[in-house]
Design a protein around this ligand. Structure first.
Ligand code: ADP
Ligand code: ASP
Ligand code: MG
Length: 464
């Protein structure tokens, strides 16, 4: 069971979570708990790391006090037993102390590397997990707290977006967690963080606690992985944009992966990779409405729907890069040079579109990589004849309409684009993968929500 940031945002919520776990354990199930950081903490860590880089030392003390206050207050509400409370408080203070040292180091050096950033980012989960552990002990459950590294999750060294090495992880996680499960313990594992083979802390990418849960699910051959969050399940779109969005009671792995990859923030984009191979079902459930069975993601669970489009997502935090070059026309290998340079610099391209004239290629990347991408391209192509101009836009978003039945159905694109045109929204770029599971396009971010609403309405998704 994985619990997200909002599910454990307050002491009251943590007690709710502890009760859900205790209730399941009572039914003779063995449970491993994976927790995120308290809501908002990971973002704050990123901000403070950047402040430290700017040598803002005073800020560090203030942040340390805020962190201790927040976590201690949450622990006090989550845990009744005074002695457990005290123990958890001690762990919180010790952990914040360790963070202070790192931030002070960054402050003195005035530099932050992807490696040190991951280390800083790991503290949110390291602070939340002991509170959840305490809340479980409060309900008389036997527990033990692990960081991802202690649980045995090993990754490559792609800091910020590390990938698990499944064989060694399975071997280690089994060895460390299974004996505890046999003794009816409930292990509590920090989501999102792991370590390289050399023990250096890595993170699995933002939202990575989902990934931790599926990695451990596969490593321990779980019957199911449950992702507990703050909405009923995977819905036709983000209910924060369209309140009438409907829950999808079941999804195939393919459909769910498509949605996760295309930004239905409900799940980390890589989280389904391990479970697909192992055939382990995943359920998305609501901690605030545990009677609801949520969305079941498993083999052969396609949504039954007359409409071809079943869901629509908006992906923010992206940027568009346009590369123009008359010399690219009819020159074999010109695209591969661009992709090669970006690939070697570990810059992931999310979407590509080119014109038949071939004088122009447009790419979508994560917005936080924009500076690095532009400098990489400029260094690689400066003074050469292939590329004449590189421009970028950082106020765009991707809209993706998804559904397995799109394949071979005529007129889907025309319905989508007519609906968008009727809202007078300008489309900046279009791509349709040949899998025909989705059609994605790019609009200005300010138009994104209106575009989502227009498609949701056109395909009557509130009546799916
Ligand atoms: P957690 O902290 O539990 O990981 P997230 O904030 O990462 O939660 O993801 C849950 C949120 O994802 C929901 O509150 C919802 O606003 C948003 N969301 C976006 N698209 C969808 C979708 N298609 N279905 C469900 N939730 C979605
Ligand atoms: N705390 C991490 C984040 O905010 C991981 C997670 O919540 O899944 O990205
Ligand atoms: Mg999440």
């Amino acid at each position: 069971m994985k619990f997200g940031g909002t599910s454990i945002a307050t002491g009251e919520n943590i007690r709710r979570v502890a009760k859900i776990v205790a209730h399941t354990v009572k039914k003779d199930c063995k449970v491993i708990v994976v927790v995120s950081a308290l809501a908002g903490i990971t973002n704050q860590l990123a901000v403070e790391a950047n402040q430290a880089k700017k040598k803002n030392e005073n800020q560090i003390q203030k942040f340390m006090r805020k962190l201790i206050e927040k976590h201690v207050a949450t622990a006090k509400k989550a845990i009744e037993n005074k002695s457990i409370q005290k123990d958890v408080e001690k762990v919180i203070k010790k952990t914040v102390n360790a963070l202070e040292k790192v931030l002070t180091g960054i402050c003195y050096v005035g530099e932050i590397t992807p490696k040190s950033m991951d280390y800083v980012m790991s503290f949110g989960e390291r602070l939340s997990a002991p509170i959840v552990e305490g809340a479980l002990q409060d309900l008389k459950l036997q527990t033990q707290c692990f960081t991802g590294k202690e649980a045995g999750i090993v990754t490559d060294d792609n800091f910020g977006e590390a990938k698990p090495l499944m064989n060694v992880t399975t071997h280690q996680a089994k060895g460390r967690l299974e004996p505890l499960l046999e003794r009816n313990f409930v292990p509590v594992v920090t989501g999102y963080i792991a370590a390289t083979q050399d023990g250096v802390v890595t993170t699995l990418g933002r939202g990575g606690s989902d990934y931790t849960a599926t990695i451990l699910g596969v490593a321990l051959a779980a019957d199911e992985v449950w992702i507990w969050t703050d909405v009923d399940g995977i819905m036709t779109t983000d209910p924060k944009i369209v309140p009438s969005a409907k829950m999808l009671p079941q999804l195939s792995y393919g459909e769910a992966a498509e949605m996760a990859i295309f930004g239905a923030k409900a799940m980390h984009p890589s989280a389904l990779e391990p479970v697909i191979q192992a055939g382990i079902p995943v359920r998305i459930r609501n901690v605030f409405n545990p009677e609801n069975h949520g969305t079941l993601i498993a083999d052969g669970q396609e949504v039954k729907s007359k409409e071809v489009v079943k869901a629509v997502a908006m992906i923010k935090d992206v940027a568009m890069i346009n590369i123009k070059g008359t010399a690219m026309v009819g020159a074999p290998g010109s695209y591969s040079k661009i992709f090669d340079v970006l690939g070697k610099n570990k810059i992931n391209i999310m979407m590509v579109s080119t014109a038949v004239s071939e004088a122009n290629i447009s790419l979508i990347i994560r917005r936080n990589l924009l500076g690095r991408t532009l400098s990489t391209l400029e260094i690689a192509f400066l003074g050469g004849s292939l590329v004449n101009e590189i421009t970028s836009e950082d106020d765009v978003c991707v809209i993706a309409a998804m559904g397995a039945n799109m394949k071979g159905t005529l007129g889907v694109a025309s319905r989508i684009f007519t609906a968008i045109a009727q809202e007078s929204i300008n489309i900046r770029m279009i791509a349709q993968g040949s899998s025909e599971l989705n059609i994605s396009f790019v609009v200005k971010e300010k138009d994104g929500e209106a575009a989502v609403r227009a498609i949701h309405k056109e395909f009557k998704l509130d009546r799916i």
